[in-house]
Design a protein around this ligand. Sequence first.
Ligand SMILES: [Zn+2]
Length: 306
Amino acid sequence: MAWTGICAFCGAAANDATTPIYWSRGNVDAFAQTCFAYWRCPDCEAILARDRVDLSALYTHYPIHRGASGASLRAFYAQIHRSRLSLLRRGGLKSQAAIYDFGEGAGDFVAFLNARGYRAVGADPFARSAPAPSRVDPPGDGGWDAFTAQDVIEHLEQPLTLFDTAQRLLRPGGLLAIGCPDARQIRLEPPAGRAAAAHHLEAICMDMHAPFHRAMPSFAGLCRAAQAAGFAPIATRRHFPADSLWPSVNTATMIAYARASGNRLEALYAPIDWGKVLTHTRIWGAALWGGVFRHCGHMQVLFRKV
Ligand SMILES: [Zn+2]
């Protein structure tokens, strides 16, 4: 059947005669046996889902909405929160700043910020549970000091709407922090040979996070789209915010553990399997060196509203 697509970031057109389709299997139990079609924008190199899905049904049992449980996962999340806050501080975030966390999930980052004296409020387009009642008096449109969206923009069918929302809420000079996959660092093309292709399918499984990831920008494509929406980039980190030099508190360890667990996201939210940890040298190697030799495929970019 003929297929045509429009890049959600730059508007470039694609069709089945000119643009290859690549496959990625799901990394949650509900979709572990299903492969989903993706294509790469020939202009900005974004990775885009080819087929529409029912997003509201998709998030019914989303593992990440459970939030951090267990000491290992809590340490992982705590590092993410510290890293996200330090990036905002690099942009000059003041104490008691009003921060809007879009895609808050279980609300852990909002709680982290409020415990440190900031005035943070969260919202999530996909979370099933109602957000915790806020004790913060929200400043209203045009009054927020910062708008943050960690692992959110790639979940949206129309990612540019995130910039519209940030423009509306932020004060002039306000900060916009976006963390998401960097499509250019994800290799879609499978290598030749059946065994190599099967290995490749597993290797990209966690970064692709099909079918939840709908539109993953490249670094250059994200910056271009942000600038067109009235935001100037001021700081960049080319890794996931969980990466630290503390042993095991890094993305490579999480990826290695997930890989040893059949690339199932649910395994990361279940009690830790110490037998698996002790018997997989890849996990040990990642735990020791994953903060130095970081897992590629993610970026954090801080923008200022101009
Ligand atoms: Zn594009």
